[in-house]
Design a protein around this ligand. Structure first.
Ligand code: B12
Ligand code: SF4
Length: 499
């Protein structure tokens, strides 16, 4: 292999059908994953030009538009994105360009991924990505890189890396992470497969990361930000006064700890997504989920809301002990609470999870169409109802829960009518897009929002990025896709100022 002094690398997040909205609406509601940003932060400074493409917010790659001048392409895939990731990988490989696949899906199914890639990375990928770029240059690439056995030193994120995704002013909310993994082991969850250990980051680094966020709004992407209470409390103390407004996932039991809740509220917490998952205790037990006292759910929710924190509850349908009455029973329970919003999922047997092993053994997996592994499709045979009953019951729950009567009731009972109304709208859109797979409603809504919000004035940062974009387009080696090419100089903020 040729010795390369200057390497052109591309990182790609593939689009999935789960991304329902386009344009400004997507910009307002979507969450940027930290994946590409983190890999960009690990990309060696010297002699590498990096382009980042997030298909969720850019035009989809086609054989005509993909970069032919790239040397190496890294693609990330969670399970519902795997088929699209493979399509993109195949397109590049047909051009003779080396492809690296990483993320949770290639981690658990490396052999499958290797049918579409030259290199697969298992586990945490930052150090592996840096190593791959070096090995590529030296002509010493391997087929499989094991991220678990590498040092994986954390590289704090810089504003510039964040701008790789926000540079087209695409995302309005920033994401931050304080930990990897989760101390619990629910049998349907993939988290333990990617992160066997629960690792918390140094708080100094986390505060620096938060400092690299230009805007006010944050989402913590931790699977369990609140798992270690002393750590969480210290984080919230240090965040007080930073002027951020944030939301995260959380266990419902945070409702038991007054000090934790009040520190969270003072640090800017305004909403939590509580994965109660089921209001049937037997379902929780069967999934090895922490069993909560269902009778106490209304009280927990109210206690969180009393601190000015909005509560959205996540529900999973399809556990083995559940028959077709579960949908009505669940809505009855939530009807007696003041919950601000509900979000429904169908139990999904992701590869290599415990629940998948059980269902495989019993011959109950219906198919492996990964793009339907999105918690919106029943992909296995439930024990006490048919696959159709599970699918229809799930859709019925959305419809009931987002009927005008229910929305009105929740907005009125909510301590935060405005936040509640926004979340109800998002829920309605979610529900509408679930019922119409071809996306007509979401396309119409996206068009409406684009038309009415496009007059938002450009910020100084937007202008800077428009200039950057123009420069890219005149760059002969650019592939023509609106991504963000940059070279080693980009880390130097003065270089940005001069663009
Ligand atoms: C933010 C997020 C989202 C956002 C995504 C927005 C977007 N723009 O795509 C939203 C909220 C919309 C979302 C939706 C869904 N999500 Co989600 N999401 C996350 C979350 C919380 C954080 C992702 C993140 O930023 N992680 C931090 C980065 C740094 O980690 P990473 O992505 O794993 O990347 C590292 C390695 O995997 C590796 N790597 C990854 N890609 C690559 C590529 C290369 C080339 C290399 C070298 C390395 C590499 O290196 C990285 C650095 O170490 C994760 C849980 C988690 N904590 O990771 C779940 C998670 C990824 N989601 C999951 C699921 C199931 C979903 C949904 C299907 C259902 C749901 N729960 O809502 C939908 C489907 C969305 C879709 N695209 O189809 C599962 C995936 C399980 C699986 N087997 O696929 C996860 C793991 C959560 C879980 N508890 O199981 N999600
Ligand atoms: S479902 Fe939530 S609590 Fe359970 S292991 Fe996964 S991240 Fe942890």
């Amino acid at each position: 292999m040729a010795h390369l002094d200057y390497l052109k690398a591309v990182l790609i997040a593939p689009k999935t059908r789960a991304t329902r909205f386009n344009g400004r609406l997507l910009q307002l509601v979507n969450v940027p994953r930290l994946t590409l940003t983190t890999l960009a932060a690990h990309t060696p400074f010297e002699g590498v030009s990096l382009k980042v493409i997030d298909e969720n917010v850019e035009n989809m790659l086609t054989p005509e538009t993909l970069s032919t001048s790239a040397d190496i392409v890294g693609i990330s895939a969670m399970t519902p994105e795997a088929l699209r990731a493979y399509e993109i990988a195949d397109m590049y490989r047909r051009r003779g360009i080396k492809v690296v696949l990483g993320g949770i899906h290639p981690t658990v199914l490396p052999e499958e991924a290797l049918q579409h890639a030259d290199i697969v990375v298992r586990g945490p990928g930052g150090s592996a990505w840096a190593q791959i770029l070096n090995d590529f240059r030296r002509g010493q690439l391997k087929k499989l890189y094991d991220g678990y056995s590498m040092q994986n030193q954390r590289v704090p994120l810089q504003t510039e890396e964040r701008q790789l995704l926000t540079s087209k002013s695409v995302y309005s909310i920033a994401t931050v992470q304080t930990s990897e993994g989760c101390p619990r082991s629910c049998n349907f969850c993939s988290v333990k497969l990617l992160h066997p250990d629960f690792v918390r980051y140094d708080l100094e680094d986390v505060i620096k990361d938060i400092g690299s966020v230009e805007g006010r709004y944050l989402i913590f992407v931790d699977d369990n930000l609140w798992a270690n209470k002393p750590y969480a409390k210290e984080l919230f103390r240090r965040m007080k006064g930073l002027g951020k407004t944030w939301i995260s996932q959380a266990p419902i039991t945070i409702g038991l700890d007054d000090e934790l809740l009040s520190l969270a509220a003072q640090s800017g917490c305004r909403g939590v997504y509580v994965g109660i998952d089921s209001v049937i205790e037997e379902s929780l037990r069967s999934a090895n989920k922490k069993v909560v006292d269902v009778a106490k759910i209304p009280e927990y929710i109210r206690r969180i809301q009393d601190r000015g924190i909005f509560v959205e509850a996540g529900v999973i349908f399809g556990f083995d002990n559940e028959d077709a009455s579960v949908f009505e029973r669940t809505l009855d329970v939530y009807d007696k609470t003041s919950v601000d919003s509900l979000n429904f999922h169908i139990l999904t047997p992701y590869p290599s999870t415990e629940i998948r092993r059980i269902l495989e053994k019993e011959g109950r997996i219906i198919h492996n169409e990964w793009d339907k592994y999105d918690t919106r499709h029943a992909v296995f045979k439930p024990a006490k109802m048919s696959q159709e009953q599970l699918q229809e019951g799930y859709e019925w729950a959305w419809k009931q829960s987002f009927s005008l009567g229910m929305i009105g009731k929740r907005v009125l009972h909510s301590g935060h009518p405005i936040y509640s109304a926004i979340f109800q709208l998002a829920g309605m859109l979610d529900h509408a897009s679930i019922l119409e797979e071809d996306g007509l409603v979401s396309k119409a809504v996206s068009r409406f929002v684009d038309k009415h919000l496009k007059e938002i004035p450009l910020t100084a940062r937007d202008r800077n990025n428009v200039q950057l974009y123009c420069q890219e387009m005149s760059e002969p080696e650019g592939c023509g896709m609106p991504g963000s090419y940059f070279n080693e100089a980009h880390y130097n903020s003065r270089a940005w100022d001069h663009l």
